[in-house]
Design a protein around this ligand. Structure first.
Ligand code: ZN
Length: 333
C-alpha cells in the first residue's frame, strides 16, 4: 500500500481570512480520498522533521526565526503569514517529505504522497516567501542524498509558479536535476528557459516557461519530449514531484488551462519513466487553490502513480522544440 503522509498540524497553520493557502485545502483533499476509501493508499502520520534534516538546507538562525515568528503570529511578508500552529505545521510538512523519501528508498514502496501544508518550493535557504516556510522538497532531497544513499534525484515541479527555492538551493549542483514547467513571466519572476544552472550545476536546471492559458498538450509534450529524455540520460535514483495544482483551469491564481485528467496524464508518464529507470516516484503537495479541482487532481495523481498505465505518445509541441534548442547543449532531446 503506498503511503499518504498527512498530519492534523496542517490544519493549525492559520493564514487568516481570505488567504488562498488555507486549511480547507487539506480538508477538501482528505474528504475526497476518504469518500474513495483512500484509493487503497495508507494514511500515515507525518513525523516532524528533525533538526539534522532541516539544518542540511536551512541555517539554525532561520529555523529559530520560523519558530519565533510563529509564536508571535508575525508574518514574513504579505503573502506569508504565520500563526501559533505554523511552526509545528512546517516541521510536519518537511518531515512528511523526508519520511516519504525514506519509505521510497528503503525499497518497500515505489510511490507515495506527502500531502501537508505549508508548501515549500518558494522557500530559500533563509527566506520564507510565497506561502512557504521550509523548503520541503529540497530538505527531503538533501536527506535522500546525504543519509539514504541516493546519488541523483530528479525533481519535476509542475506547480504554475516557478520553484525558485528548490532551483536556487541546487543551482550549482549536479546531484539534483530540477525540471520545472511554470507560467512565465509570472510571480516570482525567475525560471527563464535560459537559466540552466551554474558551475557544477550547469545543465541541471531545466526551466520550461509557458505562457498564460497554456493547456495539457504543452505540459504533456514537455514531460514526454524534454523531461523524460533528459531523465533517461541522467538516470536518477529517485523522482520527486513538486505537485502543485494551480495550473488547473479552475484555479483562481494560475491562469493556465490544465484539466483534472491532465494530472493523471503527467503522473502516468512520470511513473512509467520511474519504472523504466528503476526509480521510485514520490509526490509532495505544493499549491492549488480551487478546493474541488485540488481534491480531484490529487486523487487523479495518486491513482495514476499507483497504476502506471502506459499512455499513448503525444505530439511534439512548439514549446518543446524551443526548449530543445537551448537545452540540447546538455541533453539529447
Ligand atoms: Zn503555485
Amino acid at each position: 500500500m503506498p503511503p499518504f503522509f498527512r498530519h492534523p498540524a496542517s490544519l493549525e497553520h492559520d493564514t487568516g481570512f481570505g488567504h488562498p493557502e488555507r486549511a480547507d485545502r487539506i480538508r477538501a483533499v482528505e474528504a475526497e480520498l476518504e469518500s474513495r476509501d483512500w484509493l487503497g493508499w495508507q494514511p500515515v502520520e507525518a513525523p516532524a522533521a528533525t533538526e539534522e534534516q532541516l539544518l542540511r538546507i536551512h541555517p539554525r538562525e532561520y529555523v529559530e526565526r520560523v519558530r519565533e515568528f510563529s509564536e508571535r503570529s508575525q508574518p514574513f511578508d504579505m503573502d506569508t503569514p504565520t500563526s501559533a500552529g505554523s511552526y509545528e505545521a512546517a516541521l510536519r510538512a518537511a518531515g512528511g517529505a523526508c519520511a516519504l523519501v525514506e519509505s521510497l528508498l528503503s525499497g518497500g514502496e515505489h510511490t507515495g504522497f506527502s500531502c501537508l501544508r505549508p508548501p515549500g518550493h518558494h522557500a530559500e535557504t533563509a527566506t520564507a516567501m510565497g506561502f512557504c516556510l521550509f523548503a520541503n522538497v529540497a530538505v527531503a532531497a538533501r536527506h535522500a542524498l546525504d543519509a539514504l544513499g541516493a546519488e541523483r534525484i530528479l525533481v519535476l515541479d509542475w506547480d504554475v509558479h516557478h520553484g525558485n527555492g528548490t532551483n536556487a538551493l541546487f543551482h550549482d549542483s549536479s546531484e539534483l536535476l530540477f525540471a520545472s514547467i511554470h507560467r512565465f513571466p509570472f510571480w516570482p519572476g525567475t525560471g527563464a528557459l535560459s537559466d540552466v544552472g551554474e558551475g557544477e550545476g550547469e545543465g541541471y536546471s531545466i526551466n520550461l516557461p509557458v505562457p498564460a492559458a497554456t493547456g495539457e498538450a504543452a505540459f504533456l509534450s514537455l514531460v514526454e519530449h524534454v523531461v523524460a529524455p533528459a531523465a533517461r540520460q541522467y538516470r536518477p535514483d529517485l523522482i520527486l514531484i513538486s505537485a502543485g495544482y494551480d495550473a488547473h483551469c479552475a484555479d483562481p491564481l494560475g491562469g493556465l488551462a490544465l484539466d483534472t485528467s491532465s494530472y493523471g496524464g503527467m503522473s502516468s508518464r512520470v511513473r512509467a519513466l520511474g519504472d523504466e529507470l528503476g526509480a521510485p516516484v514520490g509526490a509532495v503537495l505544493e499549491g492549488g487553490y480551487d478546493l474541488s479541482a485540488l481534491a480531484s487532481s490529487v486523487a487523479e495523481t495518486m491513482a495514476a502513480l499507483a497504476d502506471g498505465a502506459v499512455r499513448p505518445e503525444v505530439a511534439r509541441h512548439p514549446l518543446a522544440e524551443q526548449a530543445a534548442e537551448v537545452l540540447g547543449r546538455y541533453w539529447e532531446l
